[in-house]
Design a protein around this ligand. Structure first.
Ligand code: DGL
Length: 276
């Protein structure tokens, strides 16, 4: 559908969370061109139905393809859990082999069994990600001996998207969800922050998680896997342009996006509005 001229790598999230992944990708692969696309106007995704998340994600993926991205990272667990497989199975064919969409769940689940001693792992994520069972299924494929305990935290993304995550009110919801997770098993020694927004609240989460439990943040893991992916797929790597140009699009207000983005990403951010 689009031509084979190299183009930017697309990074998609429902809002700001994907910046926690993009930051690590840009640190490792600074010379590529990137388009970050935040669908802030429709965030949060995590409370929406499968059909809606699939529809929204596919729409944004199509816009990124139209901007000449050949490789798109869904830097969003909810979209990875609820839309990635359908997009890969039903929608990518129309674009041909030079178009790929990858997610963030697989890189984390591939390594997680190697970092737990007790083999009891906790996941905190959006309601959508938890309901999809994607973490349970994926971890089971790689590490069948690992037991997975999940806790949906439906208030955490809205707190972050509304810049309330450092407020005292946020403590209530963080403490509550962490306690609900830990009640499920006393043997959890590893918790995956299964939502790319959550690293923004890392300090607050740490406050309520006992010190012997490690918290796994996805950004570095996903970025390392992308480096590896590009090495293993020269046919895709050759379609990724290298000019060090970073563009940002938001479906909401650019001024607000830029101000907030600076909290998570230290480079220049001058986003443009994208009208859906
Ligand atoms: N950053 C997305 C994730 O990783 C967030 C979710 C949302 O919009 O609810 O799941």
């Amino acid at each position: 559908m689009t031509d084979n001229a190299p183009g930017p790598i697309g990074i998609f999230d429902s809002g700001y969370g994907g910046l926690t992944v993009f930051k690590e990708i840009a640190a490792r692969l600074p010379d590529y061109d990137y388009i970050y696309f935040g669908d802030n106007a429709r965030a949060p995704y995590g409370i929406r139905s499968f059909d809606t998340i699939y529809k929204y994600t596919l729409e944004c993926v199509r816009h990124l393809f139209a901007m000449n991205c050949h490789l798109i990272i869904l830097a969003c667990n909810t979209a990875s859990a609820k839309a990635l497989r359908s997009i890969q199975q039903h929608d990518l064919d129309a674009y041909g082999p030079g178009h790929r969409v990858l997610g963030v769940i697989r890189p984390t689940t591939e390594m997680i069994g190697n970092v737990t001693r007790t083999k009891h792992i906790g996941i905190v994520a959006t309601t959508g990600t938890v309901q999809s069972q994607s973490y349970v299924v994926e971890i089971n494929k790689f590490f069948p001996e690992v037991k997975v305990f999940q806790q949906a935290c439906p208030m955490w993304v809205p707190l972050i998207e509304n810049n309330e995550h450092n407020s005292p009110g946020a403590d209530y919801f963080v403490e509550k969800c962490v306690a609900q997770l830990l009640e499920q098993s006393g043997r959890i020694d590893t918790i995956i922050l299964g939502c790319t927004h959550y690293p923004l609240m890392l300090e607050k989460i740490r406050k309520y998680v006992p010190a012997h439990i490690q918290l796994i943040v996805q950004g570095e893991i996903v970025a390392d896997r992308l480096v590896d992916y590009l090495q293993r797929h020269p046919e895709i790597e050759g379609l990724c342009s290298k000019g060090g140009r970073y563009q940002f699009f938001t479906t909401e207000t650019p001024e607000e996006f830029d101000a907030k983005a600076r909290l998570f990403y230290s480079g220049e951010v001058h986003s443009r509005h994208f009208e859906l």
